[in-house]
Design a binder for this molecule. Structure first.
Ligand code: MN
Length: 154
């Protein structure tokens, strides 16, 4: 009986360690709330830094479910993307789609038309940083069609 109790306690403690380990991997921020406008598919936004006159920076964690992507858009002052989870795509107008992965840093230059989102088989989460937000943050354009999304990758 004593042996069974020891085995049960050991099993319970191992399960707790396993749960803690699962929390330590993957996206460091909550998914936030689902957003629908200016995105195709299921996209979640967790705001991190609101625009103010001290930092002039807008930041958020954005999670795209597989196949989900932003509309085409431009940033008046550019944008930096820190890929925190998964595999995604990004594309500048007139160029092939680029595959982007967890751990990469992507820069979107000012006023260059582009989009970003998940790959077809994996979700993707990035932290978006929009500096110099006093110049404007984003101008939304048309949706990315399925034909464009399924275009050549590099
Ligand atoms: Mn962008």
């Amino acid at each position: 009986m004593k042996r069974i109790i020891i085995i049960a306690i050991t099993f319970f403690l191992m399960m707790q360690i396993s749960v803690q380990a699962q929390k330590a991997v993957g996206n460091p921020f909550p998914k936030g709330n689902e957003v629908t406008a200016t995105f195709t598919g299921t996209v979640w936004l967790h705001p991190l830094v609101a625009k103010d006159s001290t930092f002039n920076l807008v930041a958020g964690s954005v999670t795209f479910e597989p196949g989900a992507r932003s509309f085409w858009h431009t940033h008046q002052a550019g944008q930096i993307l820190l890929i925190t989870d998964g595999i995604g795509y990004t594309q500048e107008k007139g160029k092939p789609i680029r595959v982007i992965r967890k751990g990469e840093v992507i820069t979107c230059l000012p006023n260059i038309e582009h989009w970003h989102g998940a790959s077809s088989a994996s979700s993707m989460t990035h932290i978006s940083l929009n500096p110099n937000a006093e110049k404007g943050v984003v101008t939304w354009l048309q949706p990315v069609t399925d034909e464009q999304y399924n275009g050549p990758k590099q």
